[in-house]
Design a protein around this ligand. Structure first.
Ligand code: SAH
Ligand code: SF4
Ligand code: F3S
Length: 435
């Protein structure tokens, strides 16, 4: 099998990008490629990149260097670069990194086979970062077997938060037709998936109305849990809150990125809400669903952020008591509005602020997790634990990781687990006697 076509795909970034890699794999499979985990075994390497923060971009450029060494040993190795850096920096990539054979944008996945053909025909370096609308057409995703699957419901973002590169790398918002989404979800049932996560940068602006989409997908038999991300706080409606409360399969979990507690910073970020507007929504949600898990994203060190602003953010974290947060140092991104703002802060101040925020949240998350000791929770079993093969691992509706001893035939089922211990990152339990 000397001339077997084998592709190795490496992915950075968010779930959206991970899912794009599944679709890249799907498209290549239809064109006679096989996936390989071993990069040395591949004759095509695809790098699916992220540019949300500087660090992600650096990682890519250093990885390219390593792969060029492989190419020296194997001159036939083809290298393709896709994702958000590719979309934004297209031609620059082929210039900066000698040896990249093709570049494709976030909406050109279906064109990869054509790009590969063009490559062999003319020994050119094709670049395709056009913003086609065709991405809303379904093409097959090759998912790893398992319990959970991602499903894109929309692409792009129109919000232009001033720090964020995504509107430049993913283009304008476009929703997939609901019938196509339904067909895909029905297909996932046949492949054994139990949980779906609907993906979009701002699911609340789904064209046909997002709560209605949840009701539309809810009856699919075999799907036990439905999650979604991300919700933009400015667009979170009462109807969505009602849908989460009323539709049993829609998980009691909401990821609602706050970014900052300071109204001054929120305004500079172009987020479209104040802290008190945000908090009123949280109160409404918890009023209806006291058990709901709420998580958020925080950016520290945005241009112009003072110690006072940081303290207001810390107060917000104490006030809301999130179940978990993802906190980031502000990173200056090309093309964004904030790039040109005054008051960019030095790295050490950003690092110091990030450490303060993380320390506070570590306390809050640990306290909240420990609050589960003695409770019985429903856990969708995902697989055996990485650390201990006799242990199963799964998640609660609120997305907490739970580890417990049990038989692997429980994988894919929702079981009741009594929590006996808890720490910062997970809960530990025993299968409830009633099982
Ligand atoms: N559409 C989603 C996610 C966007 S990216 C949303 O609006 O929530 C995920 C997170 O990365 C953002 O919520 C933000 O907290 C962070 N992020 C985006 N751009 C950033 C930047 N330039 N510097 C630091 N963090 C950033
Ligand atoms: Fe970026 Fe804001 Fe769009 Fe999220 S909503 S992807 S943070 S511009
Ligand atoms: Fe995702 Fe990174 Fe692009 S977070 S949308 S892969 S910039």
């Amino acid at each position: 099998m000397e001339n077997m076509r084998k592709v190795h795909i490496k992915t950075w970034g968010c779930q959206m990008n991970e899912h794009d890699s599944e679709r890249i794999a799907g498209v290549l499979l239809e064109n006679g490629y096989q996936l390989t985990e071993d990069i040395k075994d591949a004759n095509l390497v695809i790098l699916n990149t992220c540019s949300v923060r500087d660090k992600a971009e650096h990682k890519f450029f250093s990885e390219v260097g390593r792969i060029m060494d492989l190419k020296k040993k194997n001159p036939d190795l083809l290298i393709g670069v896709g994702g958000c850096i590719a979309q934004q920096k297209g031609k620059e990539i082929t210039k900066r990194t000698k040896g990249v054979d093709l570049v494709f944008g976030t909406r050109s996945i279906h064109e990869i086979p054509g790009l590969l053909d063009a490559l062999s025909e003319k020994s050119k370096h094709p670049v395709n970062v056009a913003e086609h609308k065709i991405n809303t057409v379904s093409y097959p995703a090759l998912r790893k077997k398992g319990v959970k699957a991602w499903v894109s419901i929309m692409y792009g973002c129109n919000n232009f938060c001033t720090y964020c590169v995504v509107p430049y790398t993913r283009g304008r918002e476009e929703s997939r037709p609901k019938e196509e989404i339904l067909k895909e979800v029905q297909g996932l049932v046949n492949q054994g998936f139990k949980e779906i996560t609907l993906l979009g940068q701002n699911v609340n602006s789904y064209e046909m109305d997002f709560p209605a989409l949840l009701s539309y997908l809810h009856p699919v038999e075999g799907i036990e849990r439905i999650r979604f991300m991300t919700s933009h706080p400015k667009d979170l409606s009462d109807r969505l809150i009602d849908a989460i409360a009323e539709l049993p399969k829609v998980c009691n979990h909401l990821h609602l990125p706050l970014q900052s507690g300071s109204d001054k910073i929120l305004n500079l970020m172009n987020r479209g809400y104040t802290y008190s507007e945000y908090k009123r929504k949280i109160d409404k949600i918890r009023d209806k669903m006291p058990e709901i898990g709420i998580t958020t994203d925080i950016i520290v060190g945005f241009p112009g952020e003072t110690e006072d602003d940081l303290n207001i953010t810390m107060d917000a974290l104490r006030d809301v008591e999130y179940d978990n947060i993802y906190a980031f140092k502000y990173s200056k991104r090309q093309d964004t509005a904030a790039e040109k703002f005054d008051g960019h802060l030095p790295k050490d101040i950003k690092e110091e602020r990030l450490a303060q925020v993380m320390l506070l949240q570590t306390e809050i998350t640990t306290k909240k997790n420990k609050g589960h000791i003695g409770l019985t929770v429903g856990v969708l079993v995902e697989g055996v634990s990485e650390a201990d093969k006799c242990r199963l691992t799964g998640r609660t509706e609120a997305n907490r990781i739970v580890n417990f001893t049990g038989h692997s035939e429980l994988i894919g089922r929702i079981v009741n687990v009594k929590i006996i211990n808890a720490n910062l990152s997970n809960l530990e339990g025993v299968i409830s006697k009633d099982e």
